[in-house]
Write a new protein. Structure first.
Length: 207
């Protein structure tokens, strides 16, 4: 038994039979007063609930095409991080992405790789993005802007205040800490990209 799924541009699956599917593709209400603020919060909750069966009435009442017992088993495996992206090795967090893979393999008798949303997005892009050229250029620009800010802002501030070297060093500490945090996130993204590019032959087979 299968459910009807729709895929977003970023590769995340959503169930058309979800009791809150009417939120899919809708824009958040503009906040102008308290009433619209409450509507905005409710809309956000509705969008978030689309990523899991637990917020669906069919799951609660056990009226879904997929038995509740099977859904619980898949949800437990997701929490235990049993499903890994074939390209970068990161954990799969989307329940419907797993269900989609299982359904297609059963219906068509083929084997599909697991894809996280980031690798799915990379797969959709052109050769330049997949080889990492665009990604590297972007990171170089970010690093250049950060380094210029790191050097110029404290120096200008120190000269304007006629402060000592000690003050200059104190002013440098906060941007260094912030820069190190960003570096950790960038390094994680870089490692994911490296793992994905190692599977470039698999990428070519899927295009």
């Amino acid at each position: 038994m299968s459910i009807d799924l729709v895929v977003s541009p970023k590769g995340r699956m959503y169930c058309r039979s979800h009791s809150k599917f009417y939120y899919y593709g809708t824009k958040s209400p503009v906040v102008t007063d308290y009433s619209s603020y409450r509507e905005n919060i409710e809309h956000l909750r509705g969008i978030i609930s689309l990523s899991t069966c637990k917020a669906c009435d069919h799951y609660t009442n056990n009226t879904c095409k997929i038995p509740k017992k099977e859904l619980k088993k898949t949800i437990t495996r997701l929490k235990l991080r049993r499903y890994k992206c074939t390209f970068c090795g990161s954990s799969i967090h989307s329940l419907y992405n797993v269900i989609y893979k299982q359904q297609v393999e059963q219906e068509r008798n083929i084997t599909l790789p697991f894809l996280c949303c980031e690798c799915y997005d990379m797969l959709r892009k052109g050769k330049d993005e997949r080889t990492g050229t665009t990604w590297i250029k972007h990171r170089l620009v970010v690093a250049l802007v950060f380094c210029i800010s790191l050097i110029t802002i404290p120096v200008i501030t120190t000269l304007a205040l006629d402060a000592s070297i000690t003050i200059l060093l104190i002013l440098l500490i906060p941007p260094l800490v912030v820069g190190f945090i960003f570096f950790l996130f960038d390094y994680k993204s870089w490692r994911k990209l490296r793992k994905s590019l190692k599977n470039s032959d698999l990428l070519k087979d899927l295009i």
